[in-house]
Write a protein that binds this ligand. Structure first.
Ligand SMILES: Cc1cc2nc3c(=O)[nH]c(=O)nc-3n(C[C@H](O)[C@H](O)[C@H](O)COP(=O)(O)OP(=O)(O)OC[C@H]3O[C@@H](n4cnc5c(N)ncnc54)[C@H](O)[C@@H]3O)c2cc1C
Length: 414
């Protein structure tokens, strides 16, 4: 690419930060401008609900790169600056400082914002959301021993906060409107393992629990359920999902659905404009559009978008996956947990288990596992390679924990 070209990235989060660094690593020597409305260098969000809430992590350890290496990379980082408009014809973005900036190529890595509770009092002083480092710091200060924390939403963020808060000696109640935990992303068997663990750790988990009202003057003092019961509350954490930030793309006339629509090269409907991360909706091989809200996706798409901005034209084909940590246990999922797949259970080490998803041709398409610490990580990795191998696998052997996955992988490559 030409040295005089300017590559602009809007959103200095995980995908944006990774893309900026990849541009340099891939040899682009021109101008890179990374614009983000947060005050910090790009950082990873997973520790926000885990180590950071337990007081075991800092901003520096969540950062994608150190201040020194960032400065050395020569990337211009406009922090605390919001992009308010995009002109795809003029190839320019407008900043909230009033300045306009012309781009040769533009990447939108805008992530999203926490979905708000639709109750009038949701802005009371002890109502918390968790998406950013600053929000994590505010919440961390409130999690003192004996604090009665009410978590609205039994998804990953709510449950990870519940786990960190229990470790800090809080009394925790989780209110989940659905009939099981993290139902959107997890198989029933893993949801049940999560429920058993949280209850064993002393969390009061209420399923099918809608919220009728919040009570309190300046702060929420109790949460009312439809039965009229009031759950006492010192701190309320709302974890009911996120909404991708689509306003800029919509105003600029880009194709959007549940995210900013891109082709297999992560290119949007506008020339020279790419999208990556939580905000990006991409078509997989099956032609169906997907949007993912995972570390792994932000990492892979941030990298790939950068390479494609430099003209590599590589299609996105990374296997999806995520993990989540609760107390001394963890869950991991890789691939697609298709509803019409055959599900095989395999015993894991230390009381854990794996659920293997086989398609009609007996090819592994997904795996979801649960176990102590990192005990399932090796098996999940092997399953990922089995998914990539596209080989036909015998269900009985997969179900038999004495048949090594490594052996099956060797057989697949023989
Ligand atoms: C608390 C928490 C825990 C998580 N834990 C896990 C986990 O255990 N495992 C897992 O796989 N994933 C986890 N995730 C998900 C993962 O962190 C996200 O998928 C990832 O951060 C997405 O990266 P992104 O770059 O797309 O978005 P973000 O990291 O959100 O970055 C987007 C950035 O763009 C900025 N921005 C938006 N609009 C503008 C604008 N107009 N101008 C300037 N800047 C703008 C935003 O403020 C933000 O800084 C977790 C997420 C959270 C919040």
């Amino acid at each position: 690419m030409n040295l005089s070209e300017t590559l602009v990235i809007v959103g200095a989060g995980h995908a944006g930060g990774r893309a900026a660094l990849t541009l340099r690593e891939a040899g682009f020597a021109g101008r890179i401008v990374l614009i983000g409305d947060e005050a910090h260098l790009p950082y990873e969000r997973p520790p926000l609900s885990k180590a950071l809430l337990k007081g075991e992590s800092s901003l520096a350890s969540c950062s994608l790169f150190s201040e020194a290496s960032f400065i050395a990379s020569g990337i211009e980082h406009l922090s605390g600056v919001r992009v308010t408009g995009i002109d795809t014809v003029l190839h320019s973005v407008t900043l909230d400082t009033g300045v306009s900036l012309t781009y040769s190529k533009l990447l939108l890595a805008l992530g999203g914002t926490s979905r708000r509770l639709e109750l009038a009092q949701h802005q009371l002083s002890n109502v918390h959301y968790l998406r950013t480092f600053d929000e994590a710091v505010e919440l961390e200060k409130r999690l003192t021993p004996g604090t009665r924390l009410v978590v609205v939403g039994g998804g990953f963020i709510g449950l990870e906060v519940a786990s960190s808060a229990r470790d800090r000696g809080c009394e925790v109640t989780v209110l989940e409107a659905g009939s099981r935990l993290a139902a959107r992303a997890l198989p029933k068997r893993v949801s049940e393992a999560l429920l058993t663990l949280h209850r064993r750790k002393g969390v009061v988990v209420r399923l099918g629990a809608q919220i009728e009202a919040l009570h309190g003057e300046d702060r929420v003092e109790s949460v009312q359920l439809p039965s009229g019961e009031r759950v006492p509350c010192d701190v309320l954490l709302v974890g009911i999902g996120m909404q991708p930030s689509l306003e800029l793309a919509r105003q600029a006339g880009l194709d959007t659905g549940s995210g900013i629509k891109v082709d297999s090269f992560l290119q949007t409907s506008a020339a020279d404009v790419y999208a990556a991360g939580d905000v990006c909706e991409f078509a997989r091989g099956d032609g169906v559009f997907h949007r993912q809200e995972t570390w792994r996706n932000a990492e892979a798409q941030g990298r790939l978008a950068a390479l494609n901005m430099l003209g590599h034209q590589q299609p996105f084909s990374a296997v999806p996956g995520f993990w989540s940590d609760h107390y001394e246990f963890g869950l991991q999922t890789v691939g697609m947990l298709s509803a019409d797949a055959q599900v095989i259970e395999r015993e894991g080490v230390e009381g854990g288990f794996l659920l293997l998803y086989l398609d009609r041709q007996s090819k592994l398409v997904g795996v979801s596992g649960w176990g102590a610490g990192n005990s399932i990580a090796k098996d999940i990795k092997l399953c990922e390679r089995l998914i990539e191998s596209q080989s036909v696998l015998p269900a009985e052997q997969l179900a038999d924990a004495s048949v090594s996955l490594k052996g099956l992988l060797r057989g697949a490559h023989a």
